[in-house]
Structure formats: C-alpha cells, structure tokens
Design a protein around this ligand. Sequence first.
Ligand SMILES: C[S@@+](CC[C@H](N)C(=O)[O-])C[C@H]1O[C@@H](n2cnc3c(N)ncnc32)[C@H](O)[C@@H]1O
Length: 355
Amino acid sequence: MSLINRLLLQCRSGFEKEAAAEITDQCGSVGIYGYCTLNENDGYLFFHIQQEGYAEKAVRELRFREFIFIRQWMACGDCQQLEREDRVSQIEAYIQGFPTCSDLWVEHPDTTDGRELATFSRKFGSALAQTLRKSGFLQKEKPNKALRLVLFVLTGSDIYIGYSAVANSAPWPLGIPRLKFPKKAPSRSTLKLEEAWHWFIPKNEWDERLAHGSRAVDLGAAPGGWTWQLVQRSMFVAAVDNGPMQPDLMETGQVNHVQEDAYKFIPDQPVNLMVCDVVDKPIKTADMAADWVINGWCSEAIFNLKLPMKQRYQEVVACFNLIAERFMKAGLGYELSAKHLYHDREEITCLLRIR
Ligand SMILES: C[S@@+](CC[C@H](N)C(=O)[O-])C[C@H]1O[C@@H](n2cnc3c(N)ncnc32)[C@H](O)[C@@H]1O
C-alpha cells in the first residue's frame, strides 16, 4: 500500500519560503508536525509529516481558505517513476488502498518548464479519468465529502500521485482562475480586483456587496484598472490619485477623479467599498484600512499589501497583528481574509470588514 506522508503545496514561483513558513505554522497550530523541503523558484514544495495518517487529516481539517501563499495542495507519497508504455496500470496499482475519489485533476508546476506539460496533462488526464470511471475508482460523491485524485507531473514519467478534498482546495486546477483580460480596461491590474472578487466574495453575495448604484473609493486609482471593474458593476467611484485617469473611464460619468493623498482622504459620506492598490509600506496600508473599517467610512475594504522585502511572511504577520490590535482597542469584531492571488506579483490582496 502506498504511503501518503507528505503535503505537496503549490505557490507562485519564488514564494516557496513563505509557503513553507505558512504550512509549518498552520500544521503546528493543530498538532501536525513535520518539516519542509523546497527548491527556490520550483513553484512547489513539500511538508513531510512525521505522524502516520496525518497527511489525510491535514487536507481534510486545515482550512485551505486561510492559506495566503499556498495556491493549491494535496496529500501524496514519494515521486513515482513510471514506465511510459504502461503508465495507466501502474497508477491503478498505486492507488489501490486510496479512498474513493470523485474526479481527477492532472497538474504541473506553474513555471516555464512546467507549463510545457499542460497539453500532456490535459490529454493524459482525460484518458486516465475514463479508465478510472469504468473501473469504479472515480465515483460521484457529495461535494462537501468528495476527494479528488491529483497527479502532479514533473515529466511524462515522474509523477506525484495523491488526493485533495474538493471543498477544501483551490476550485481551479493549479489554483489559477482563467480570467480574460478585458480589452477596454486601462491596465492589467484590473484582473487583480476581478480575481479578488471571485476569491473573497461568494457569487450569490455579489448583488448585495458589489451592488449596482452603490458607492466606492479607489485609492491609488490611476490609470484606472480597478476603477474600470467598479464601473462595470455600475458603481459610482471616487478615484483618488495624482496621476492621470484613462479619459474613456472619465466619460462614463461614474468617476470623480480626486487629486489627493490616498492616506489623508476621507469620504464625505460612508461608501460600500474601499479598494487600495497604492505602492507603499504594507504596515501603513494595513493601518489605513483598519481606519476605514473601524470608522465606518466603508462597509468593506479590499487592499493590496506590497511585499518587496525579504521577510515577507513576517511582514504580513506584523500587519495582521496591527489590525488585530486596532480592532481590539475599538472593541469590534472583524473578518480579515488574505490571498496571494494568481494575478498578484510581489504583493498579497486582503479583504477586511466588520463581523
Ligand atoms: C499600482 S498603481 C495603481 C494601478 C491601478 N489599481 C490600476 O488598476 O490601474 C499605484 C498608484 O498609486 C498612486 N499613488 C502612490 N502613492 C499615492 C498616494 N499617497 N496617494 C494617492 N495615490 C498614490 C500612484 O500614482 C499610482 O497611480
């Protein structure tokens, strides 16, 4: 029987150390102990677990939604060296003793080399899924209980074979949402805000939380990629930036360009949503976001914390501690979610609101 004793964690290439610090903290907090192995810029790493049976416990019980730097994950064993002529039957033999799974994904590292395996992954995945459905290994289960069989391919024959919990892992293969760049948007940054909405706000809450006709403030708005998304939702936007906004956006009549310092701006009346993409010290932005929510200037805030420094994970922890302190002093409960989104670069995106 295959020994499932490690977690395979995917992250943006270059963020392996942050993902390692995060999984070590998360596992430690629920009594799962182990150590990480990684190579910088691989886009994935391992957390080896010392307690038998705990890798499955981890993928079921740790909350994937609380991970920041980890983009996707699964429980697995050692890398399998498969003979190319007979991959399917070797995989079938390996997964005997695995719990039944409801579907199959074949993933690969999101690196220049790894992306060359995308076509192989898709074709091999659909052939293997057919075989496993026929043999009864893949069976429909309730989504909240279902496991997914995952192959993580390094080459056509070096493959990690494991599983993840469907409801407790990324809803997109490799943790990458397929968003199309809107041609009329003024900057590529526009996809960061769109992805943030998909990740942080359940679709059935969009009409209420991103309501048509509601008011928003975009701090550090120029040239207007984020404002463009807000305008698409029929919101009225105060776009705060000394830089120029895209003229087409201004012609919509939904945007008021305010040439002021983002950190000093206070809205005349409360708004539904504040968003902020200013490049500045993360602690300064975290403090400002806390001001907005605690003072009721906005119902919720979506902001980027820029992380050009070496100790990124520690910097994020310091920002979250500051927010915790601010809300404790104010005697308020809050919800804070954070993610290193696919469209983020050296930054993470956060959502903050009163609970
Ligand atoms: C990364 S860009 C924003 C891109 C924008 N979200 C988009 O999608 O097009 C950061 C912006 O923050 C602005 N900025 C930097 N510091 C600022 C400050 N203190 N107050 C207002 N704007 C600021 C810059 O002028 C720049 O336009």
